[in-house]
Design a binder for this molecule. Structure first.
Ligand code: 5AD
Ligand code: SF4
Length: 431
């Protein structure tokens, strides 16, 4: 049997799209390999959000080149955000002539046709589409049996000044409401316990409020215990009706990822985020007044062009005030074609590194304080893995918790009482 291996980089959107690529390969009779070394088809589903993501892909291509030298019949394909970026597909073709298939984000579902070209006609394929076209469905070969991803929309219209996503993912398009409801229903009926709805900007689903809250309410009507999560929410588009829909049902997780990006109003304006730190904090207050035990996480960037010490300290103050469950921190990375790339006042790497180290340390201390305050509390946990007698799972508010558990606990909900908090980690006992 022929085997495939997919190397996935970047966000959950890519993780799920790799499940669709796997679905197409599975339909053609391929089975999953354990590594690139024993695969007949090697795919790289790439990310270009920061330079580091691209460097990782290029590094891996060096290793795959050697595999192709040893086994020339291996088919190598590269797809996703990186080749979709202007000029990158041609660069890859020149720099890595051993790649057989180069395709972008809009034509992923064509993988089967591209494989035909290579397998049956001995041709190479380079196909990048300029625009997104209609939403196309693809078969999905899911990685797990407990958590599932479901796309509700694609693309982004926000054009934050630092971000490459709108250029490589195209304009916002929403999936049909009933199609999403029936996909989620069949996942829940099929035994999945957690479904995460994916979109770059889920709050503008279907053209904006109240479509997303209607969707959440429709997805909370199925029988049995399960959880619906979603990401990502743009703070400017998060509305009261969504928070009320979250509060209206135990089946919608008490968790929201609400990227703030910066604490300084001057920087937020340059980022084109369309809110001030005050407006952001008001939204946090609104969420917490309706769902007191909500878990909130965020993305925050340091070193955006012209960011000075005072701006940076605004970010520190904001995270001290909000006290996030989880904070994903990034060093600003120049992306060609974006507005911020052309701005004066790019920040040197030493200043950026210094700021991110301080930010990480601060969040670590905040996380530790929070973790300690949970000792003695009980959370409803969904166990997603058990390894060497230790179970791992998450609460509805997205806290990661570990506990002693037997293998049969995977995919079950139960109450866990927190007994210890160690370095931001919560350890508990099944009650
Ligand atoms: N540099 C650094 N981080 C970025 N992000 C998006 N673009 C960039 C960039 N050019 C971060 C944002 C976003 C997360 C997915 O990645 O914080 O929310
Ligand atoms: Fe990028 Fe902003 Fe769109 Fe998020 S909302 S994908 S940060 S442009």
């Amino acid at each position: 049997m022929k085997k495939f291996f997919i190397n996935t980089y970047g966000c959950q959107m890519n993780v799920h799209e790799s499940e669709k690529l796997a679905g197409i390969l599975h339909q053609r009779g391929y089975v999953a390999a354990l590594s690139n070394e024993d695969a007949d088809v090697i795919l790289l589903n790439t990310c270009c959000i920061r330079e580091t993501a691209e460097t990782r892909v290029l590094g891996n291509l060096g290793i795959i080149k050697k595999i192709k030298e040893k086994r020339p019949n291996v088919i190598v394909g590269i797809c996703g955000c990186m080749p979709q970026k202007k000029g990158t597909a041609e660069m890859l073709k020149k720099r890595c002539p051993f790649i057989d298939i180069i395709f972008g984000t809009h034509n992923m579902y064509k993988l089967g046709e591209y494989l035909d070209e290579v397998e049956n006609r001995g041709k190479k394929v380079l196909e990048i589409w300029d625009s997104e076209g209609e939403i196309q469905s693809a078969p999905v070969l899911r990685d797990g049996k407990v958590n599932a991803w479901v796309n509700i929309m694609y693309g982004c219209d926000n054009f934050c000044s630092y971000c490459i996503v709108p250029y490589v993912r195209g304009r916002e398009r929403s999936r049909d409401f009933d199609e999403i409801v029936s996909e989620v229903r069949s996942l829940i009926e099929g035994g999945y316990k957690e479904v995460t709805l994916l979109g770059q900007n889920v709050n503008s689903y279907g053209g904006g409020s109240p479509q997303f809250s209607k969707l959440l309410r429709a997805l909370s009507k199925f029988d049995g215990e399960y959880r619906i999560k979603f990401m990502t929410s743009h703070p400017k588009d998060l509305t009261l009706d969504v928070v009320e829909a979250m509060a209206s049902s135990d089946k919608i997780a008490n968790y929201i990822h609400l990227p703030v990006q910066a604490g300084s109003d001057r920087i937020l304006k340059l980022m084109n985020r369309k809110y001030t730190s005050g407006e952001y904090l008001e939204k946090i207050k609104m969420i917490r007044s309706i769902i007191p035990d909500v878990g909130i996480s965020s993305d925050l960037m340091v070193g955006f062009p012209t960011e000075n010490e005072e701006d940076y300290l605004c970010s520190e103050n904001l995270i001290k005030e909000v006290k996030y469950n989880n904070l994903y921190t990034f060093i600003y990375s120049r992306r060609s074609g974006t507005v911020a790339d052309k701005m004066d006042g790019q920040i040197d790497i030493k200043t950026k590194t210094d700021r991110i180290e301080r930010l990480i340390k601060l969040q670590f201390d905040i996380g530790n304080e929070l973790a300690k305050s949970y000792v003695g509390k009980t959370f409803r946990v969904l166990c997603d893995t058990v390894k060497d007698g230790i179970g791992y799972g998450k609460s509805s508010c997205d806290k990661s918790i570990s506990f002693v558990a037997s293998q049969d606990r995977v995919g079950q909900f139960f109450d866990v009482k927190i007994t210890q908090a160690k370095n931001n980690k919560l350890i508990g006992e099944i009650v």
